[in-house]
Design a binder for this molecule. Structure first.
Ligand code: FES
Ligand code: FES
Length: 161
């Protein structure tokens, strides 16, 4: 089918691109907009690597079509912190607590944690494990990720006005 023009706001900026109606949102972000921080793992909604925020809530960008994002506000991992600025507290915490090894799953985890900490600034371990259960990491064994989320919560609370 013929490509359609798509206008979305990503990380506060308006982007225009075009995609055939069958193109997934993650492919549009990566291939058309050049935002390659969002990773593609399973491509069928299981691993969570492609998690981004749409209108503030997590979505799996491999399960959405680019045309469905038209007119919505998206946030990707590139929007967490300026490229030349300090890390976002969640990034800082993952780095400090060794919440990653190969890093393939990390963008998806970071966006899921961003949503979690907005919903619950002081989550229990049970809540953290439950909310992260849709993100798969084959390297870390999860314990350091849980510790990173606790530390991220601490840093975020400290930074709150
Ligand atoms: S790539 Fe989207 S859930 Fe795995
Ligand atoms: S750090 Fe390698 S998959 Fe999570």
């Amino acid at each position: 089918m013929a490509p359609r023009e798509i206008v979305v706001r990503v990380n506060g900026e308006e982007y225009r691109g075009s995609a055939e109606p069958r193109v997934t949102l993650v492919d549009f972000l990566r291939d058309e907009l050049g935002l390659t921080g969002t990773h593609v793992g399973c491509e069928h909604g299981v691993c969570g690597a492609c998690t981004i925020l749409m209108d503030g809530r997590t979505v799996r960008s491999c399960l959405m079509l680019a045309v469905q994002a038209e007119g919505h506000e998206l946030r990707t991992v590139e929007g967490l912190a300026p490229a030349d600025g300090p890390l976002h507290p969640i990034q800082e915490a993952f780095s400090e607590k060794h919440g990653l090894q190969c890093g393939f799953c990390t963008p998806g985890f970071l966006m899921t944690v961003e949503e979690l900490l907005r919903d619950d600034p002081d989550p229990s371990e049970e809540t953290i494990r439950s909310r992260l259960s849709g993100n798969i990491c084959r390297c870390t064994g999860y314990q350091n990720i849980v510790e990173a989320v606790r530390y991220a919560a601490e840093l975020t609370r400290e930074a709150a006005p």
